[in-house]
Design a protein. Sequence first.
Length: 91
Amino acid sequence: MKASRLYEVMTMKNTEDTNGSREVEPAYFTVDEAGRYTRTSRQFLDKLRHTGGGPEYLRLSPRAIRYEKAALDAWMQARRCSAVADYREVA
């Protein structure tokens, strides 16, 4: 097995949906995957890594960034607003 495929297999976890069919969900998201999950762009996440205020991430190497699903969920929950005044406090 190639090293890249081995890494891919090691960082995946199996989940079952309500129909009982098995789905493979990544344990860590790449920047592009994290952007799709949070419905933001890669550029937005890149900017937040440089300026601060974004979700926690792992830097495996200078170019290999990974996000944990729990960190993305926590970041989105922290940004929950119910009024415009709430948004001013987050920003």
